[in-house]
Design a protein around this ligand. Structure first.
Ligand code: 97T
Length: 227
């Protein structure tokens, strides 16, 4: 749900687009203005208590929920991208990939009237999630990122599921950052591929990759290192 539905055209490309084509998931994009009734299709208004900017009115959201939940066998999970949310993470992506129906509420302006999330919580699970400690102009870009992170975990979407286990933040990597990767040519602009990767000695290669992952994590994300 968004006032800028065209933001989601990219979801018909690449990996998510292929998954849609294979019928592994369905995607609906809903223009919130469809649930306004005034001449200007108004979705926002001035904030109670004063302050800069505008706040998204609750009524269009409520009517949108009514329409989208009508006839559903079970309630969806409402995901609300927001800078004040719980940090989105790979474990949360896995959790969401196992849900049968996700609904993303893309806020704009100074945010969505709080009563929208309070009302939503009476009829579905609500997850207010942040993509990181920075500010975007709206929830659309965050939703695109979350949809890609979640959809790629759905069985059948990624050709080789093994590649999911060796990524940064994956269980197969103990949540460490991913080791450096190389391909041909063996030497490029005076830079050589580490010798160990030519050894064919799988145990040594695995050991080197683990060491690289630990070192990279220690340098860039010491918070991810086990106690
Ligand atoms: O900055 C935002 C504005 C609207 C909706 C989401 C966000 C956001 C920022 C970081 N993660 O989500």
């Amino acid at each position: 749900m968004s006032i800028f539905p065209d933001y989601f055209a990219p979801l018909h490309l690449s990996l998510v687009g292929k998954a849609l084509g294979k019928g592994l998931l369905e995607l609906g994009v809903h223009d919130l203005r469809q649930w306004t009734h005034d001449r200007h299709n108004t979705v926002d208004d001035t904030p109670y208590g004063g302050g800069a900017g505008m706040v998204m009115k609750p009524e269009p959201w409520g009517e949108c929920f009514d329409a989208l939940l009508d006839g559903l066998e079970e309630p969806p999970v409402l995901v609300v991208p927001t800078p004040s949310g719980i940090p989105f993470s790979q474990p949360i992506a896995y959790e969401l990939s196992e849900k049968s129906h996700l609904l993303f509420a893309c806020g704009r302006y100074e945010g969505i009237d709080r009563r929208v999330m309070e009302h939503a919580a009476t009829r579905m699970e609500v997850r207010e999630l942040s993509l990181g400690d920075y500010v975007l102009n709206g929830g659309e870009v965050a939703t695109l990122a979350m949809v890609e992170a979640v959809v790629r975990l759905i069985p059948g979407v990624i050709g080789n599921p093994e590649s999911l286990t060796e990524e940064s933040h994956s269980d197969g990597q103990d949540q460490l950052l991913e080791y450096p990767v190389y391909t041909k040519p063996p030497s490029w602009r005076g830079l050589d591929v580490p010798e160990v990767l030519f050894s064919g000695h799988h145990a040594r290669i695995a050991e080197w990759r683990r060491e690289q992952a630990v070192e990279l994590t220690r340098l860039r994300r010491p918070d991810l290192l086990p106690e």
